[in-house]
Design a protein around this ligand. Structure first.
Ligand code: FAD
Length: 404
């Protein structure tokens, strides 16, 4: 086992940090306050190649291998103070581009990936619905074949990048009955075969971006609702085959559940450094507060979480580089890294005292931004259920009786 970064990876890390510090996030606090998408920073990311890091060069990307992509995303998270921008990049890459890369036809990849890499198209993932969040099999959006089109009807909620997105990966029901993991679609075949995945462009008639949600953190990533009202999607925009949507989702989600959190490592490192600096300079009772064991232990725990989070994420990056399955490791990574960032952000606020709590010092924003991690891409509770089921326990997620 080799835990060293290669010279190329070290240079990638250095160059990404330099780029992110000098070019991104200058208006992070204002964009957060105004819930404003940083369009100029997005364009800079496109120029720098960020939007195509994992995409092969023949489709307009940088062609980084998975482990190097992870290292680059960590560096982006470290250097860029705007966590919302990093989250928007991640949604574009892991909610949309990776679906095309893994499941798109040559024609679909050629058509969509280049403009996604060069910033002409913003990607998003439209999965959640008002009545279906954790229970993906319970989603109600329908897609009915009509000649050489599918007609989509339904509502998607909580779509990150939604208000500015040009292309959505949409999961919709092409068979079975609505019902969910506890037994939906039983009357007409397996629930798992009832869903299909589509690439839907925002310019199609019947696709409406109907509302924008305001939220606690990650405010510079706009989040919206998308409604499909008889939207006619060309059959050529089906990803994979009809009925394979749930399998596609499961095969892709391990990427999202790990790579989307690589930036968290960078944020944890930034919070650690800021906490060490403050604990070293802030004096109370005649000495630096870092000399008090209570403060020192908070900082030691931040370091422990960072190093363990890095190990599990790099392991997923390595597994994907070796073209191996990583579902179990990605599930562990999703839980551990997202929850570690919340703990570290809370610890950083505590170490900084009132300065951690006030607006204008960034730390309260870091904490608000961190709180979404244990919810998006599958909640912590659902991830623990998936892990338990991977370990052989049955019915943990669906509540179904054994064998059901
Ligand atoms: C910042 C952010 C960005 C997001 N971006 C997107 C996006 O781009 N595209 C998209 O489609 N969605 C997005 N989402 C939605 C996200 O995927 C859902 O919030 C998530 O899947 C949970 O669904 P829900 O909110 O409906 O909660 P619910 O599923 O209603 O869950 C509510 C609570 O019940 C618990 N629960 C539910 N089922 C179980 C179970 N079987 N066992 C134990 N506990 C359970 C959950 O853990 C949670 O605590 C985003 C959410 C956030 C916060």
């Amino acid at each position: 086992m080799d835990f060293d970064l290669s010279p190329e990876q070290r240079e990638l890390r250095r160059a990404t940090i330099a780029f992110a510090r000098s070019e991104l996030g200058a208006a992070a606090a204002d964009d957060d306050r105004e819930s404003r998408f940083p369009a100029r920073d997005w364009a800079r990311c496109a120029e720098h190649g960020v939007l195509g890091w994992p995409v092969p060069a023949r489709y307009g990307g940088r062609g980084l291998d998975p482990l190097s992509t992870m290292i680059a995303l960590e560096a982006l998270g470290y250097g860029c103070r705007d966590n919302g921008l990093v989250f928007a990049v991640n949604n574009h890459l892991w909610g949309c581009a990776v679906y095309l890369l893994l499941h798109g036809t040559e024609e679909q990849k050629t058509r969509y990936l280049k403009p996604m890499c060069d910033g002409a198209l913003v990607g998003a993932h439209a999965l959640s619905e008002p009545e279906a969040g954790s229970d993906v099999l319970g989603l109600r959006t329908t897609a009915v074949r009509d000649g050489d089109h599918y007609v989509l009807d339904g509502t998607k909620w909580f779509v990150s990048n939604g208000p500015v997105a040009d292309v959505f990966v949409v999961l919709a029901r092409t068979g079975g009955e609505t019902g969910g993991a506890a037994g939906g679609g039983a009357g007409r075949g397996r629930a798992q075969d009832a869903l299909s995945a589509f690439l839907v462009t925002a310019d199609l008639p019947g696709v409406h971006r109907t509302r924008e949600f305001t939220k606690l953190g990650l405010r510079s990533t706009p989040m919206g609702a998308v409604e499909f009202d008889g939207a006619r999607v060309p059959a050529g925009n089906l990803l994979g085959r009809e009925g394979s949507g749930y399998a596609i989702f499961n095969a892709t989600i391990e990427w999202e559940r790990a790579f989307m959190f690589a930036g968290h490592l960078g944020v944890m490192e930034r919070l650690l450094e800021s906490s060490i600096a403050h604990a070293s300079s802030r004096r109370q009772f005649g000495r630096a507060i870092g000399g008090f064991q209570a403060v020192a232990h908070e900082i030691a725990d931040m370091k422990i979480r960072l190093e363990l989070a890095r190990l599990i994420l790099y392991r997923v990056g390595w597994l994907k580089r070796e073209r191996r399955l990583a579902l179990q490791d990605a599930t562990i990574a999703k839980i551990f890294v997202s929850e570690s960032l919340v703990r570290t952000a809370m610890a950083a606020v505590q170490v900084h005292g009132a300065r951690g709590y006030l607006n204008g010092y960034d730390l309260e924003r870091e904490l608000r931004d961190a709180l979404g991690g244990p919810i998006f891409a599958g909640t912590s509770a659902v991830q623990r259920g998936i892990l338990a089921e991977l370990l052989g326990l049955s019915g943990v997620l669906s509540g179904a009786p054994e064998g059901g």
